[in-house]
Design a protein around this ligand. Sequence first.
Ligand code: UGY
Ligand code: MN
Length: 242
Amino acid sequence: MKPSFGQTRSDIRRNHALLTPESHEWITQPDWPGAELAFLISPDMGAKFAMALVRTSDGLSGIAPAAEGVARFIFVLEGRVSASTGQTLEAEGYALLPPDDTAKLTAPAATRFVLFEWRFLPRGELPEPIFGSVSEIDGTPLRGDDWLMVQKMLPTDAGFDGEFNIMNFHPGASLAYVETHFMEHGLLMLDGGGVYRLDNEWYPVGAGDAIWMGPHVPQWFGALGRTPSRYLIYKNYNRSPL
Ligand code: UGY
Ligand code: MN
């Protein structure tokens, strides 16, 4: 959509938000020299986490670890991100960096990635950092429906306070029912598109669109078109509502 005449598909509501590319506000931050960030989701809107797109035209050299108690998840969209601990992530590579992680991040020019940050809720010992790539993860059908395959990027044990998944929809597939749950979501559409129901709104969505789903918001997705749809989705998990 052309951002002329004051139009945007972005829509920020009390319990959900659709954030579309034409309304992204790219900013610099003292802790991210060389980067531009578009914070799409933040606690100001009611979320318990932050989600940003990060891009660099000249490269990143030595981005310091997150603040004390804060975990990071990184998902590379384009280019390459390296950690000072020796790992390198290419496109569709990801990393979970727990709060005590000391790795500094570097990236060459033209790198783009998704960044999630949240206050980690430890259960016992903090987990080790995780590095992986989506291409190496097997998908499992969601509730037996092989038109909807889920790839889980993190181990499912209780030491992790959230999950990051890739949901793969065959054209025409949809969530089986309208979900309502107290856990929140941050989502980025990676491919394809369709219709996302959030609360009582139905939004046409496509690659590049981001969504915040707050606690209990009714949510449903139906994939349209002739090519598969995929989204990256975060869910705060393994925690009590109290
Ligand atoms: O795991 C989930 O809650 C997921 N099925 N929700 C969603 O895709 N909106
Ligand atoms: Mn859900």
